[in-house]
Design a protein around this ligand. Structure first.
Ligand SMILES: [Zn+2]
Length: 98
């Protein structure tokens, strides 16, 4: 049974933290970035890097779907760089709303 996913904090609820046997898996629901970190201090630093996001909007759009499935890409880009994910999401949301 996988460990429970927890929201990082009430202040940054879109950052999800799932403990694994060896590390913490961190996912940002807003930009779709994800990563695994051994050090809780790194988890905190990553969560704070994603604090600048607005809370997720209600509507579900194409870009959000891509953000949800494109986690390996987000990992390659790196947790710290939200901007490419956000830019991609906005671009895809424009395409999806045509
Ligand atoms: Zn993010």
């Amino acid at each position: 049974m996988p460990a429970a996913v927890q929201r990082f904090s009430a202040e940054i609820p879109w950052v999800l933290v799932q403990p694994t046997p060896t590390s913490f898996r961190v996912t940002c629901e807003v930009c779709g970035s994800t990563g695994e970190f051994n050090d809780p201090k790194t988890v905190v630093a990553v969560a704070r890097a994603h604090r600048a996001h607005q809370a997720p909007q209600g509507s579900f759009r194409l870009g959000d779907a891509v953000a949800a499935v494109a986690k390996p890409i987000a990992r390659a880009v790196g947790m710290e760089s939200c901007t490419p994910c956000e830019a991609r999401r906005r671009m895809l949301n424009r395409i999806g709303s045509r």
